[in-house]
Design a protein around this ligand. Structure first.
Ligand SMILES: [Zn+2]
Length: 255
C-alpha cells in the first residue's frame, strides 16, 4: 500500500490551538520569521541601517529547514555573510567575523553590520519536542540533529574525540564548546537548546568586541530561537542589542 508521507499530511495543516499553547510554555511569543525580520529591519531603519549601507551576517544551523530564514533576511537586507555552523554556533570565529567586517559597505558615513544568531528546534504535529516534519519524509524527523546528538552524547564517544575532530570536525567543536555550558548526555533537549542559545549570545558578543572597532562601525545583534512547526517557521526573540557610536543599547522585542 502506498503510504502518504507525513509531510504531505501535515505541511499545510495549522497547528492546533492546544499544541500552540503547549509550545508557548517554552516560547511565549513566537513570531512568523518574515514578520520577525521585518521588525528587526524597521527597528534598525530608525537608527540609520538600511540594505545599502549594511551587511547582514548570519549564524544559523546548516539544516536546510533554516534556509527560509536566511531567504527572509536576504530579501530584506541583500546577500548575507555566513558565520554559523552546526546548531547555529558561530564557528566561523574571529577570522570570519573579521572578514565579514571587512566586507561591510564603506562608502557611506560609517560601516554597518546586522548579525543574526539563532539556535533552532522543531515541534511535531502533536507538539512533540524536537519533532520535525520534512518534505517527502514518511516519518517525523528531528531538529536540531546536532543538539539531539549532544543530548545523548556518551563517555564512549568522548574516548573517540580525536577521531571526531578528524572526521567530524564541526561536531567536535560543538562538543568542546557546549561542554562549557551544559554537561552532555541524558539532557532535556529544551535545556540543551537554551544552553546553545546562551553560547551563541556569548560567542557573538565576544567576537564582535574583539574584531569590530566601534569608533568606525555600528552593528546590531539579534539572537533567538528558530522554531519549526508543521505550518511554518517562527522566531522567539531573545537578547538583542545595537552598538552605535561606541554606545551599546539593548533592544527588547518581547515587550
Ligand atoms: Zn541543526
Amino acid at each position: 500500500m502506498l503510504v502518504p508521507a507525513l509531510s504531505v499530511l501535515y505541511m499545510t495543516a495549522k497547528v492546533s490551538t492546544m499544541v500552540m499553547t503547549n509550545i508557548q510554555q517554552y516560547f511565549p511569543n513566537p513570531t512568523e520569521e518574515r514578520a520577525f525580520v521585518a521588525k528587526t529591519a524597521s527597528t534598525l531603519a530608525t537608527l540609520g541601517f538600511n540594505s545599502e549601507n549594511t551587511l547582514p551576517v548570519i549564524s544559523v544551523c546548516r539544516d536546510e529547514i533554516c534556509s527560509s530564514f536566511i531567504n527572509a533576511i536576504e530579501t530584506r537586507w541583500g546577500k548575507s555573510f555566513s558565520l554559523g555552523g552546526l546548531a547555529g554556533l558561530p564557528f566561523g570565529g574571529k577570522m570570519e567575523m573579521s572578514v565579514a567586517h571587512d566586507h561591510a559597505p564603506d562608502i557611506h558615513d560609517r560601516k554597518r553590520l546586522v548579525i543574526y544568531g539563532m539556535v533552532h528546534i522543531g515541534f511535531g504535529p502533536q507538539g512533540e519536542v524536537g519533532g520535525c516534519v520534512r518534505p517527502g519524509m514518511k516519518e517525523l524527523n528531528r531538529a536540531c540533529g546536532a543538539l539531539i546528538a549532544y543530548s545523548g552524547y556518551t563517555k564512549e564517544e568522548d574516548k573517540e574525540l580525536n577521531k571526531i575532530f578528524t572526521d567530524d570536525g564541526e561536531y567536535g567543536l560543538l562538543i568542546y564548546r557546549m561542554e562549557k555550558a551544559i554537561k552532555p548526555g541524558d539532557n532535556n533537549l529544551l535545556e540543551v537548546t537554551n544552553a546553545a542559545l546562551e553560547v551563541i549570545q556569548q560567542d557573538i558578543d565576544r567576537l564582535t568586541s574583539k574584531v569590530i572597532d566601534p569608533d568606525e562601525t555600528d552593528y546590531a545583534v539579534f539572537t533567538g530561537t528558530q522554531i519549526h512547526l508543521p505550518d511554518g517557521n517562527y522566531v522567539q526573540a531573545a537578547d538583542s542589542w545595537v552598538v552605535m557610536n561606541s554606545q551599546r543599547q539593548d533592544i527588547n522585542f518581547n515587550s
